[in-house]
Design a protein around this ligand. Structure first.
Ligand code: ZN
Length: 288
């Protein structure tokens, strides 16, 4: 069998993987995921939660300024099209497999792309909301993003022509392209629509964080994949796990804010490590 991890120093990576398996074996594992699990699906690792523009927009800017809202919707619409075209990768599938085999208790994700659900995971707490839904800030009516996207393209046919939409190097949309954009409004009351995602600077809803905490509390290990833990809610979940003295395993390319607190840190891509865990942990569980 080939080594699932091809890092610069394969021996170290294999050792880290073995230590992670030791730490997690025989335990019920809660998982926290970030943008790094979706990069293999072609979704860039944007730092802002849910905002597919390079400079994250605050909810305040979105709600108070027509130009900002227009720019947001152009970026968000194009981002949604990219998300809708993306497919779950092997990392998403490995986590769904681990849940089916009774090892993973559920996933808390910072991603808004919905790929865990599409890969077959059942218990998913979407901390930062989801791109799939849009709601009316006035009457609360919820809309399916696909229906709304069809309306956006009907009202702004130029947006479907790639030459008309100038993208920056990181997928950000240049502001000039939003001139003349017709902002979608609620078809029930005419009110302002907002994607069901947590904007930069907004707090994760209390009930949503409580759900995430509950998952960590009822598990006896925490596995973090593809998150550099710059988001406060992620750091707080690591703290909860640490206080309960359960193992914390971090899989991420590059440093994270909580590396020193991890039982094991694997510096590698999420997909290959998660697949390796999905192949190894059930065997360990069977032999115990
Ligand atoms: Zn409404």
């Amino acid at each position: 069998m080939h080594d699932p991890i091809s890092a610069a120093s394969p021996d170290t990576a294999a050792d880290d993987l073995a230590r992670a398996v030791d730490a997690l074996a025989g335990r019920r594992v809660a998982v926290l995921t970030g943008a790094g699990v979706s990069t293999d699906s072609g979704i860039p690792d944007y730092r802002g939660a849910g905002a597919p523009v390079r400079t994250p927009m605050t909810a305040q800017q979105f709600l108070s300024n027509d130009d900002a809202r227009r720019r947001y919707w152009v970026g968000s619409h194009l981002g949604w099209r990219a998300f809708a075209a993306a497919r779950p990768n092997d990392g998403h599938r490995a986590l769904a497999d681990l849940e089916r085999s009774g090892i993973v208790t559920g996933i808390v994700t910072q991603n808004v792309d919905g790929l865990h659900l599409r890969a077959g995971s059942r218990r998913v707490v979407e901390l930062h909301g989801t791109m799939r839904r849009v709601f009316c800030t006035h009457c609360g009516q919820v809309f399916d993003r696909r229906d709304l996207a069809a309306r956006v393209e009907h009202d702004n046919p130029w947006i479907t022509v790639p030459e008309n939409v100038e993208l920056g190097p990181d997928g950000d949309v240049l502001p000039a392209t939003s001139d003349g954009f017709v902002i979608p409004a609620c078809s029930v009351c005419g009110g302002m629509l907002k994607p069901d995602v947590v904007f930069f600077g907004e707090f994760v809803p209390v009930a949503k964080f409580a759900e995430a905490e509950q998952l960590v509390r009822t598990s006896d290990a925490l596995l973090i994949a593809g998150s550099s833990l710059v988001v406060n809610s992620g750091v707080r979940l690591v703290e909860r796990a640490r206080r309960r003295r359960v193992p914390v395993v971090i899989v991420n390319r590059g440093a994270t804010k909580s590396d020193v607190k991890a039982t094991v840190k694997i510096d590698a891509g999420a997909s290959e490590v998660l697949r390796a865990l999905a192949e190894t942990l059930p065997l360990r569980a069977a032999s115990q």
